[in-house]
Design a protein around this ligand. Structure first.
Ligand code: URA
Length: 198
């Protein structure tokens, strides 16, 4: 199967994921799951938390306010959004944008795992603490987990079945929505990505 077909299969599986605690809410509110978007051969894969209102309305990741900040940060380091892949751990919108529950992360985690296996990024850049905790555990880096306040802007080496990769732990872009004077810190953290882009 091509990467395109494998990724489309993920979309179909999530569309029919009736066991998800968020499925009924999606159907009731006529929303879309947000699978991910971007270059299927991306070197850098960004992983956020869960779709917000705009994302669930359109089915596209990071297309609302936090997405505008992400675009600004990518521009700062001269990385084209089309060159990367952007997704979330949780593929459906938690009501009222609340934090995802552990059972939701558990339910959608395997789809993120499949996306990583298909795209095979050299760099997995986590946005916020939920993505960081999931990815650090997935790659057996539990012992290195710190609070996001300490881990932001750091890189870790990890092993996958397709070779060594780097995990870069970043603040979630919404941080600069709530706290605009944080944008400079976010920009500085994103500069670590410059060394990986091709
Ligand atoms: N926040 C996220 O974590 N993901 C999105 O897609 C949008 C906002």
């Amino acid at each position: 199967m091509s990467k395109f077909d494998e990724l489309r299969k993920i979309k179909e599986d999530v569309l029919n994921l009736k066991k998800s605690p968020l499925y009924n809410d999606r159907i009731k509110n006529e929303m879309f799951p947000v699978i991910g978007e971007g270059n299927h051969d991306a070197i850098i894969m960004f992983i956020g938390e869960a779709p917000g209102r705009n994302e669930a309305k359109t089915g596209r990741p990071f297309c609302g306010t936090a997405g505008k900040v992400l675009d600004k940060l990518l521009k700062h380091v001269n990385i084209a959004r089309e060159s990367v892949y952007v997704t979330n751990i949780v593929k459906d919108r938690p009501p009222q944008n609340r934090d995802p529950f552990p059972e939701e992360i558990e339910c959608y985690g395997p789809f993120l795992d499949r996306q990583i296996e298909i795209i095979k990024p050299r760099v997995v850049a986590t946005l916020g603490r939920y993505a960081m905790n999931y990815i650090m555990k997935k790659f057996a880096l539990d012992l290195k987990i710190e609070t996001i306040g300490k881990a932001h802007g750091k890189a870790y080496e990890a092993k996958t079945n397709y070779g060594d990769i780097n995990i870069v732990t970043l603040y979630h872009p919404c941080m600069a929505v709530y706290n605009p004077n944080k944008i400079d810190e976010l920009k500085k953290d994103f500069e670590i990505l410059k060394k990986y882009k091709m």
